[in-house]
Ligand binder design. Sequence first.
Ligand code: COA
Length: 260
Amino acid sequence: MKVFNNLLWVLEDGILTLSINRESKLNALNIETLAELRSAFQSIYDDDSIGGVILTGSGEKAFVAGADISEIGQLTEVNSRKFAEEGQEIFLAIENCPKPVIAAVNGFALGGGCEIAMACHIRLASENAKFGLPEIKLGILPGYGGTQRMPLIVGKGKAFEMMLTGDMIPAQEALQWGLVNYVLPNKEALIGKAKELLKKIMKNSPSAAELIITAVNAGVYNETGYQAEANSFLKATRTEDFREGTSAFLEKREPKFTGK
Ligand code: COA
């Protein structure tokens, strides 16, 4: 049993259910939560009693509503590239986890929430789930690998539509797009399906599973793409639109973008 401020760790029959637990902020990923995720995945790599992981959000409303916008709003030229690179690194640690990781998406999966779900090996959604990369509405772009993983999963055209409109899509559309494998009626059924899949996977050879994960990820990883994403993120945080977009969200008003 491990104890975190913003994560819940429940290990049962070799299956770890890891819940992001900041319900009052719709489980938004602040810096502390990201550091806890890094540490949790280090333990998952090392702990032989864990055979598979379910990543979910506390409560019924949100999986993860993104990176914490109050912290993003504070970013400057000095730390914004590092901000993107650290998130990329943690999400790559999830993607490269030698044990199967299933995202059980139980509500909003926006921005960093959609990106962390895409870093998992398999995604399942509850009927009320909504997916989106709305960063453009804040004057920025996905910075935790979303520009790289979304085109791989749904194709470039749909990925561009999602990133350029910033619109959300409901669970059934995510299923049609291939962003999720199954849609379940509620959270209980969602976790039940994730456990069923993990139990099936865990009956197979763990070493073969690890080798499959390594081989698949080796084929799709593109270092240049991730560097370009971090560079673009830095450029976006130099703009007036970024200040306007993040301030408007926190002040609960519509942003007025100028392109500067
Ligand atoms: N970062 C920080 N706080 C967030 C957040 C985020 N990404 N998403 C939601 N919250 C906070 C809200 O500020 C609010 O806090 P408050 O009660 O202290 O004011 C609380 O979570 C509840 O959110 P609220 O916006 O009131 O809920 P809603 O049902 O009206 O709207 C969303 C839900 C998901 C549509 C809306 O919260 C939203 O658009 N969130 C941001 C999504 C986003 O742009 N993510 C990408 C970030 S890079």
